[in-house]
Design a protein around this ligand. Structure first.
Ligand code: NCD
Length: 313
């Protein structure tokens, strides 16, 4: 594996491989000192051109637990502000010995462009509306862990997963849809017609405009954040109306089965898509998603830089 830029690039085989390695990383993370020397001397550079809390910290923690050196390239204080091109920046940082660039950018395709300019591996930490593969990997891991499943090509078969909200603008929805259905789950996108992808004919997915109809029938309710910063037109009449139809409140949640999982990639818009406190239900896996994110990102870095070495356990 050279890069992790999209789910389709690594395929189901790559997904399963990372999920298996992540299990070993979870064992490392449960030790009193959660650190192994697997990536000593390798440098992981985070290059975030868009805001992030959990993804950036998660990657940095993952790299440090594998004993890699980490460089947090701060875009706002770099020479990019003096007019240096992205290409010159990448070539300069590569020449200092970067082994992996973890890239987040508001424009789709930037991770592919960057890989033309460096021999380092690229991990896509979110490019525009397009892909966010490590989010989807940690989400698959979370569903698997909560259901007591082992990673395998069909490990989510028989599960129905609703992805609810603004799937049109969401890179998380696109990546999760591919990863969940690649592992055999049946995915339904739920939202107002204006926030569903315009054409889903090439995807193995169904759509619904009624959350109330879907809730009692699914094993996982995956809520998306309203992507207000990516909307350049009024796609919903107003947020209050959106929340009334698609916001999750206690009454709606009580219509799910007792074993249905509640997930959200964060950051949550409380009062918009999330109308109750998810920590009030043990069905919420939202905190598990954050915790598993570290094991999964350790697995990604390990597969890129040390695959073939003995997996730490
Ligand atoms: C997501 C992102 O940035 O794509 N957040 C994340 O990485 N956990 C989801 C979002 O911003 O809606």
């Amino acid at each position: 594996m050279k890069h992790v830029r999209s789910i389709s690039e690594i395929g189901t085989e790559g997904v399963v491989r990372i999920l298996r390695t992540a299990r070993h990383m979870e064992a490392v993370n449960s030790r009193p000192v959660p650190k192994v020397p697997a990536l000593v001397g390798r440098t992981v550079v985070s290059l975030f051109f868009e805001d992030s809390t959990r993804t950036r910290i998660s990657f940095e923690t993952a790299a440090r637990r594998l004993s890699a050196d980490t460089v947090n390239f701060s875009v706002s204080t770099s020479s990019l502000n003096k007019g240096e091109s992205l290409r010159d920046t990448i070539e300069t940082v590569s020449a200092m010995g970067a082994a992996v660039f973890v890239v987040r950018h508001r424009t789709s395709g930037v991770p592919w462009q960057i890989s033309e300019w460096t021999d380092a591996s690229i991990v896509n930490a979110g490019d525009g509306w397009h892909q966010h593969p490590t989010q989807a990997l940690l989400d698959c891991y979370t569903v698997m862990a909560r259901r007591g499943l082992d990673p395998s090509p069909e490990c989510l078969a028989g599960l129905r997963i609703a992805i609810v909200g603004d799937s049109r603008h969401s890179r998380v929805a696109r990546s999760c849809l591919e990863a969940f259905s690649g592992l055999g789950a049946e995915v339904v996108l739920v939202g107002p017609a204006t926030l569903l992808p315009p054409d889903t004919t090439s995807w193995t997915v169904s759509t619904s405009t009624s959350l109330d109809d879907v809730l009692p029938e699914v094993d996982v309710v995956y809520m998306l954040r309203m992507q207000r910063e990516r909307m350049n037109e009024a796609l919903v009449p107003d947020l209050a109306e959106y929340s009334r139809r698609f916001g999750l409140d206690e009454t709606r949640w009580s219509r799910t089965r007792p074993d249905t999982l509640l997930m959200h990639p964060g950051p949550m818009n409380r009062g918009v898509e999330m109308m109750f406190d998810p920590s009030s239900t043990t069905q919420s896996a939202i905190i598990d998603q954050v915790t598993h994110g570290i094991s999964v990102r350790m697995a990604v870095l390990f597969e890129l830089l040390a695959s073939g070495d003995e997996v730490p356990s």
